[in-house]
Design a protein around this ligand. Structure first.
Ligand code: BTN
Length: 264
């Protein structure tokens, strides 16, 4: 006997074949980023992954919330302890978004990126990432939080402008997808740690990013102001270069709307 709807099965941790991760699948928590941050402060090693079957009070970028029904999404956080120089850390959120897009593409989904790391199918946001830096007694850590809408229905989506794999016509096995994302994240992360100044990451990101070159954008900045212009490039430090009314500016945080697609 089970009370699980057939279309939303539980994750099967024994099927995960992850390298160098310690994956904990839990039934419910408010926010996996919060939980992993607490563990990081207590000294947990790199590779801790907490996956919640139901995240009840998830956190999004720019102080937004991210709530999803039980077993409809993948909601998880990965603890990393990068050893690269501090000035390379801004690439980590972009790298993580790229890893999710790559994992989806490997399963036949046409996923792209909106700067910095929203994962899109067409104009819809299928996954959001919240990467947080945490100061811990054994040095700075990064908590990479990923929320991917899998079988989420329209009335259950966590944010306006979102979509899910199901709404895009894809029926996905959450366990296989989680495994693949952890693998692609491991690959991207290891390559970056080994050669943080390598141009390959920027080139791969540029190939996948729908924001550049030359998308008309409206960017809400953390101070509440808005800049409109044309997104022309990704800077060497991972910032978004926007040609605005006062000339080119490089942005390091913000909420991008792709204007001409009428998108999100
Ligand atoms: C965004 O606003 O686009 C980022 C959403 C990030 C949501 C994920 S779900 C797992 C992890 N835990 C959280 O509390 N947030 C992230």
């Amino acid at each position: 006997m089970t009370d699980q709807p057939a279309e939303r099965p539980r994750l099967e941790p024994t099927r995960l074949t992850t390298r160098g991760y310690h994956v904990h699948v839990i039934d419910q928590t408010a926010s996996t980023n919060h939980l992993v941050t607490e563990e990081a402060i207590k000294g947990a090693p790199e590779g801790l992954v907490v996956v919640a079957e139901h995240q009840t009070s998830g956190r999004g970028r720019l102080d937004r919330s991210w709530e999803t029904p039980a077993r409809a999404a993948l909601t998880f956080s990965v603890l990393l302890r990068p050893t690269v120089a501090a000035n390379r850390w801004p690439w980590l959120p972009l790298l993580a978004g790229l890893a999710v897009a790559r994992a989806l593409r490997a399963t036949g989904v046409d996923a792209d990126l909106k700067w910095p790391n929203d994962v899109l199918i067409g104009d819809g946001k299928v996954a959001g990432l919240l990467v947080e830096r945490v100061e811990t007694p054994v040095g700075p850590a990064a908590v990479v939080g990923i929320g991917l809408n899998v079988s989420t229905r329209t009335d259950e989506l966590p944010v306006p402008g979102a979509t899910s794999l199901l709404l895009a016509g894809v029926e996905a096995d959450r366990t296989a997808l989680l495994d693949r994302i952890l693998w692609t994240l491991r690959e991207e992360y290891d390559a970056w740690q080994a050669a943080p100044g390598d141009h390959a990451l920027r080139a791969a990101y540029l190939e996948r990013c729908a924001t550049v070159p030359n998308h008309q954008v409206r960017v809400g900045l953390p101070d509440g102001s808005v800049i409109e212009g044309v997104a022309t490039d990704i800077a060497e430090d991972g910032g978004l270069v926007v040609e605005g009314p006062a000339g080119p500016v490089t942005l390091h945080a913000g909420d991008v709307v792709h204007v001409r697609t009428g998108g999100i």
